[in-house]
Design a protein around this ligand. Sequence first.
Ligand code: NDP
Length: 502
Amino acid sequence: MGGLATNVTALHLRNCIDGAWIDATGNDAFEDSDPATGELIATATKSNVEDVRQAVEAARRAADGWRLTPAPKRGEILYRAGELMLRRKEELAREMTREMGKVLAEARGDIQEGIDMTYYCAGEGRRQFGDVVPAELPDKWAMSMRQPLGVVAAITPWNFPFAIPTWKLMPALVLGNTVVFKPASDTPLMAVRLVEILMEAGLPKGVLNLVLGPGAVLGDALVSHPGVDLVSFTGSSETGAHIGELGGRLLKRVSCELGGKNAIVVMDDADLDLALDGIVWSAFGTSGQRCTAASRVIADRAIVAQLTDRLVARAKKLRLGPGLDEKNTDVGPVISRSALEKVHSYVGIGEREGATVAAGGRVATEGALAKGFFHEPTVLVDVKPNMRVAQEEIFGPVVSVIETGSLEEAVRVVNSTKYGLSCSIYTRDVNDAFRFMRDAETGLVYVNAGTIGAEIQLPFGGTKSTGNGHREAGRAALDVYSEWKSIYVDFSGRLQRAQMEP
Ligand code: NDP
């Protein structure tokens, strides 16, 4: 690893319950290691359902005090947290790259997204507008205001281990909810860092509680605990469906942000240089491990051969390596051995269905790469829209090229999967661009840009199996983390009956 900063002494990471950093009751631990090198970064306490219970109870106890803290004061704590993040951005980014593999420039982007979301939500401390509307009766006042739900369970994945938790924690907190945070077991360090920052910024004890440990063991206890009012989850569709079912039976609010099978459409009039940049970035950035990653390129017959040749050449040039090695690495590892096996299995699945590997296709094991979980950036061609590689989320650096003959056909193919998160079109024809914007069945649409790169001030989320109808980020997030209360004040001094007065 040469001169890279890999000599960090292994840390021990603990839960944060009721303001105290403590080991789980079972005294068990799990390992947190670097997917590029296999080096141990930290050990983390492994919670069980008793720890979940304690965390929820602490959050419950803190709920009234936090709810009654003026929202602008809550916002000020978030401002201070944003300042701390900004000051520590570089060290946080380096820890992130070590912990989950994304290249350093992207890790900086992940932290920046967390900072953006934190500042954005801090501002909500002084907004949270309600309506004041005319009442239909004389001497009567009618208005609405937001109320916190109570205790929020935030369950997050490893691929944006800082940004995604801020998408949940910051709106939840500024709206007056208390939180139990269960991060992915692959990224406990980033979760600990985020909670440390919020505590240092002045969050009262019990308002944010962290529980580390396996979702498969802790998940049901957390979701079904009667003290939890809202479950906000990002991750796989399978886990999301399970959480949605369990929460639904208990009539809880459950917000799920799940997978994608995102497509980039390239029309025959597109700027191909621009399109190629967007495809390479969207397909291979974060080693394809973004819910918005482009895993399908839908190219017009007139340009598909030229585009594919150039995409193959670009994919072959990408250099695999540890994300900390900024000068020599374009694409980092995938998160784990099981992820590597899953990603690679799709190459075989594609070939058996008739696809051809035009670039990559192998697990990379040359030299130091053998110590990590590296998969070559892969381009599959001869792919038909109904093949599994064109329908299922691969979550790795694998992109399929599909040929189409018209905008209508391209839109049909874009919409032909069970997911509906992101898609994009490259064209110079404004009419085609607007038709696409109208007809694509996704929550995010890009024109002349790739499928990734959402900004935090607009709603984020998808249609169909990508979620269950909620949106993160932007003003839309406020609706997830609060309840509306409508209030009528009658100052007439007599009984007035709505809809029944003359
Ligand atoms: P999971 O859905 O299993 O994990 C996401 C989060 O849910 C983690 O915190 C996990 O904990 C937790 N979890 C796991 N099982 C349960 C459960 N029964 N109840 C409650 N929480 C649970 O996704 P993976 O990380 O295993 O990734 C698998 C696939 O999911 C990927 O290959 C990809 O296709 C998709 N995915 C999509 C993401 C997106 O951004 N839309 C993000 C991540 C994954 P723990 O880590 O302890 O298991």
